[in-house]
Every structure is written in structure tokens, then in C-alpha cells.
Design a protein. Structure first.
Length: 348
């Protein structure tokens, strides 16, 4: 209910009208004339500084910085997933209010996360009719990934909760979610997910197949529905959740495993953030996959409601793990972007 009220306030606020240029000349005044718009984006480093050695819960994982992101734009926040460009200079994030953000990343000479560029693009997602979402129920974007395809740039996929679906966006531009959406067919078990427990995780695997995982809820016991899309056919399986953690995003590891970002929160003092892994070659029709704990993210590394993740590999075999938090438009939560460096031998 709280986010529904916030969604209404965002759409009705004067700054949105001015920045997105809603006009009575349009058939529907709610539709923006300019989409996306340029906004001001600020960041400050938070947590342990670059010169401080942080003992990680995993020997191959190094902490490489955290940014606290801010913008005066009223639609900034609520980010549920992100992608990072292959050159690690640009990031693309989506919010559960139906907006997307494109910004630039800055690093120190030693590779520590330093900041973001002061100018960014903020856009409103469009539906299959080419119109912006008018109710929060339809705009709850939770998972973002690159789309399968053999072309150099086949676009992006975005999964929504409540009205469970996967939309395909292709504007012809990289790291951009402009344009009218098309919809992918879903298997029944994903289409019939719990209202607030739908697809939370999507990932394009190295073999060009699509991995989709729901958050799930307690009504189905300790299992989340999952599926793999290959050559137009879905393979259905289950993901066994451990304790109160819920999967929120995923990335590809060079050793052949899928890294899963998980989060738990059951009240003050219960926040937990961790990484788990599953083996790609164990995904089979009807299988139940039980993740292995990779490591927990503990203080002094800044923690919040981390929901989004992407992993970028460089030619030297290093992997860069980015995670972003959903601030829920709450004064006691923040939009954090954290970076980790992982060194694991590639799969042979």
C-alpha cells in the first residue's frame, strides 16, 4: 500500500510534470513529451575507504567500494535490478515504480569505485501500447537482463510482479529501455506466481538461454519456481530456499556456476545479505536445485536492501560484482551501489 501511494504522488507531482513535459496537446496528458529526461545524479563514497583492508567472508572476494547515490528528482529510487556495460563505464537500473536510470561510473586508478557522472538519464517504461504505466500494479519491474539473440545487441528483458510477465525492450541503443514493449510467453508456474512473489531474478546464460527465478513466498513451502528458456521452450524446475532468505538477482561466474544474490529481512536487526551458487549443468526438467552458500556480506561493508546484481568479466579473468539496493523511498534506507572483485579460475 505504501508504494502504491508513493507511485501516485510521483506521477502527480509538479516536478514530474515539468521534467517529463506532459502537455495538454497530447491525446493523453499523462504521456511525456520527452522520455527519457536528463537528471542530476550525485554520489558519495561510504563505508571502508580504499586504503583500508577488509577481511572478506570468501578468500577470493575483495571489497572495491560503495557509493551512496542521490538525485533531487522525485522518481529517483526503488531500484530492483541493474546491468553494467562490458567496459564497466555505464550502468542501467530499473525501479519498481516503472522507471529506468542510465548513468556513468567512475573509478580510482587502482580500480576502487569512486563516483558517478553528474548527468544521467531517467526514463519511464512503456507498455505494449507504447504508453507509460498509470498504476503501480502494472509497473512493478523486478528483474532485468540482456535478451537472448544472435545479433550484437538484441535488447533487454524486464520481468514484472503482480501482473506476472516478461517484456522485451529494444530501442536500438545500448543500455537503454526506451520504446514500446513486446511480451514473451511464460510457462504456467511462473504466470501463476504469488502476487508479490513473482520473477525476481533473470539472467542470460553464456549458451544464450534465459534463466528465470521467482522470489516465492511461504504458501509454497521452501521452494521458488524457476525455469530455463532455450530455443523457444521452457524447462521448469524448483529452487530450494534456505531459512528466511529470498533470491533477488543472479550473475554468471567463469567457473560455470550461477551466483545468486539473496536477502532476508524479518524486522529490525534481521537484515541479511549473502551470495549463493547453483550449477548450471544441474538444471533439468522437474529438478530441485539447492544452492550452496558462497559468502555473507557483513559489516563494515555497508548493507541495505540489496536487490540487483550484475557481473562483468575482464580479459584478465577477474570478475567484477555490482549490487544495488532498493531504498523503498524510505528516509531510513538508501540507494547503495557496491562493487566486489572476484578471482576464481575459469571453467575448463
Amino acid at each position: 500500500m505504501k508504494k502504491i501511494i508513493i507511485f501516485i504522488l510521483i506521477l502527480c507531482s509538479t516536478p514530474i510534470t515539468l521534467l517529463f513535459g506532459a502537455s495538454t496537446k497530447l491525446d493523453n496528458p499523462a504521456q511525456p513529451e520527452i522520455n527519457p529526461v536528463q537528471i542530476t545524479l550525485a554520489s558519495e563514497q561510504t563505508g571502508p575507504p580504499a586504503n583500508e583492508t577488509i577481511k572478506s567472508a570468501h578468500p577470493k572476494l575483495k571489497y572495491r567500494g560503495t557509493l551512496l547515490l542521490n538525485s533531487p528528482h522525485p522518481a529517483f529510487g526503488g531500484f530492483s535490478d541493474l546491468l553494467v556495460s562490458k567496459d564497466r563505464k555505464t550502468f542501467l537500473a530499473v525501479s519498481d515504480m516503472g522507471f529506468w536510470l542510465k548513468g556513468s561510473l567512475l573509478y580510482t586508478q587502482a580500480g576502487f569505485l569512486k563516483g558517478v557522472g553528474p548527468k544521467a538519464e531517467l526514463g519511464q517504461l512503456l507498455n505494449t501500447e507504447g504508453k507509460t504505466f498509470t498504476v503501480k500494479y502494472d509497473a512493478d519491474a523486478e528483474a532485468l537482463c540482456r535478451a537472448p539473440g544472435r545479433t550484437p545487441h538484441p535488447g533487454y528483458l524486464l520481468a514484472f510482479e503482480r501482473v506476472h510477465r516478461i517484456n522485451h525492450y529494444y530501442s536500438g541503443k545500448k543500455m537503454d529501455l526506451s520504446g514500446k514493449a513486446t511480451t514473451l510467453p511464460l510457462p504456467e508456474q511462473l504466470k501463476n506466481s504469488p502476487l508479490n512473489g513473482g520473477i525476481e531474478t533473470m539472467l542470460l546464460l553464456p549458451d544464450n538461454t534465459l534463466f528465470a527465478l521467482t522470489e516465492g513466498d511461504d504458501s509454497a513451502g521452501p521452494f521458488s519456481e524457476a525455469a530455463l528458456l532455450s530455443t523457444g521452450k521452457w524447462t521448469s524446475f524448483k529452487y530450494k530456499r534456505n531459512s528466511s532468505y529470498r533470491p533477488t538477482s543472479a550473475g554468471n561466474l567463469l567457473d560455470g556456476r550461477i551466483l545468486i544474490l539473496e536477502r532476508k529481512y524479518e524486522g529490525p536487526g534481521t537484515l541479511g545479505i549473502r551470495f549463493c551458487t547453483i550449477d548450471r549443468d544441474k538444471i533439468k526438467q522437474g529438478a530441485t536445485l539447492e544452492p550452496e552458500i558462497f559468502c555473507e556480506i557483513n559489516l563494515p561493508i555497508p548493507r541495505d536492501n540489496y536487490e540487483g546484481m550484475d557481473i562483468i568479466s575482464d580479459p584478465d579473468g577477474r570478475q567484477w560484482i555490482y549490487i544495488i539496493s532498493d531504498d523503498n523511498f524510505s528516509p531510513v534506507q538508501h540507494t547503495l551501489l557496491s562493487l566486489f572483485e572476484l578471482n576464481i579460475a575459469p571453467f575448463n
